[in-house]
Design a protein around this ligand. Structure first.
Ligand code: HEC
Length: 358
């Protein structure tokens, strides 16, 4: 066994104790004692999408993501990018260049060091495949399917797949002809991290596909909607918002955020952006839809929500739509904390009995 190197920024442990196999923790990194900033954050450094190994190069090809998480028990830290998981406020942290983005790292496991690295533009990229012809395939959040030289990382080819790719590719051969297949589809935990993982895919606008490539392939993909970073928010200007409801909805919206996005900023999947929803414009149609859900389409029924909770969630969606339209000031937790306790009190209701989550 050799001492592990670091593939991404880590602040919670200095090393692994090779006798016990336990990490040697840095002091002051437990949120039970005080608010902490952890690196890697809640999404980990490389523990989601599949990595691959090439016995030919001896290297491991790792999809890395770099982002921190602030974890606090202070409810006044609740912001529009944070989750309140039963009283624990969890917030993405992006500080340095490369934070909030992913990369592809070729890692030498014997010498525990990086051999080459491709910096990606976005956070949530695909798994990797290493082939016997020394090619590494990986899809990216922005929908490119790439082939790199396994020894150097030089990009040899890429294909615009029209939607984000998170799956790992695979290769197989039939009657001597080699194929490379990849599932093109966007989702996973992107909604929870929508602040960094929103790259402009819109729910249902781009088709999910299984794409299969061969050297002499000649098919073309039919065109589909491009990425769109604009929020096409709807608003009913006559609606008067109750600020206590907005605050309660903010602290409580984790019940919806794993699909509709932190702060109701969606990331294209698994659910649509509620700021753009006509159903969410009106309190009654919102409550009716949310109670019944659309289970055959992935929207669970929420018949257990109280009328107050429903009204609070609706108020928060409406506030966020106005913020997207620029007709309302975004919420600033530092200002709110500086103001007195009413804001604190307003952020409490609803947090005690959250059922759904990640
Ligand atoms: C497990 C994922 C998931 C969760 C959790 C979830 N939703 Fe949804 N929601 C969806 C999906 C998927 C759709 C789209 C259904 C369709 O295609 O018609 C949707 C649609 C909606 C719509 C209709 C949007 C439109 O205009 O078509 C509303 C409103 C809505 N959800 C509100 C909520 C609220 C409020 C919560 C929290 C109480 C919530 N959802 C939680 C997945 C989810």
């Amino acid at each position: 066994m050799n001492a592990p190197g670091k593939t991404t920024y880590i602040n919670w442990a200095e090393s692994i104790d090779l006798k016990t196999g336990r990490p040697v923790e840095n002091p002051g990194i437990r949120y039970e004692e005080a608010a902490v900033e952890l690196w890697p954050g809640a999404s980990g450094g490389h523990n989601w999408q599949a990595m691959s190994y090439s016995p030919r190069t001896g290297l491991v090809y790792i999809p890395i993501q770099q982002m921190g998480t602030r974890i606090s028990r202070d409810p006044t830290e609740q912001s529009d990018t944070a989750f309140n998981v039963m009283g624990l406020v969890i917030q993405p942290v992006v500080r340095r260049p490369g934070d909030g983005k992913g990369s592809l790292v070729a890692w030498d496991p014997v010498n525990q060091k990086q051999v080459w690295k491709i910096q990606h533009d976005h956070f949530w990229n695909g798994g990797t495949l290493a082939t016997a012809s020394d090619i590494i395939f990986q899809g990216t959040a922005d929908g490119w399917f790439n082939a790199y030289r396994a020894t150097s990382g030089e990009r040899l080819w890429r294909f615009d797949a029209g939607l984000g790719i998170i799956a790992a590719p695979m290769s197989y051969s039939v009657e001597g002809r080699q194929y490379v297949a990849v599932l093109v589809g966007w989702g996973g935990t992107v909604a929870a991290l929508s602040e960094v993982a929103d790259v402009g895919w819109k729910y249902g606008a781009q088709p999910r596909r299984l794409l299969v490539f061969a050297l002499d392939g000649d098919k073309e993909l039919p065109p589909s909607a491009p990425r769109d970073m604009k929020v096409h928010a709807l608003d009913d200007p006559s609606l008067v918002l109750n600020e206590a409801d907005v605050a309660a909805g903010r602290s409580f919206h984790i019940v919806c955020a794993s699909c509709h996005g932190a702060g109701f900023r969606a990331a294209g999947a698994p659910g649509p952006d509620l700021r753009e929803s006509a159903i969410a414009l009106n309190a009654e149609s919102f409550a009716q839809y949310v109670r019944a859900g659309a289970p055959d389409r992935g929207m669970p029924p929420f018949e257990w929500l109280s009328e107050d909770q429903m009204r609070q969630l609706h108020a928060y969606v409406r506030a966020r739509a106005r913020e997207a339209l620029g007709t309302r000031e975004p919420y600033d937790p530092t200002k709110a904390a500086a103001q007195a306790t009413p804001a604190k009190a307003a952020s409490q209701p609803g947090t005690g009995d959250v059922k759904a989550g990640l």
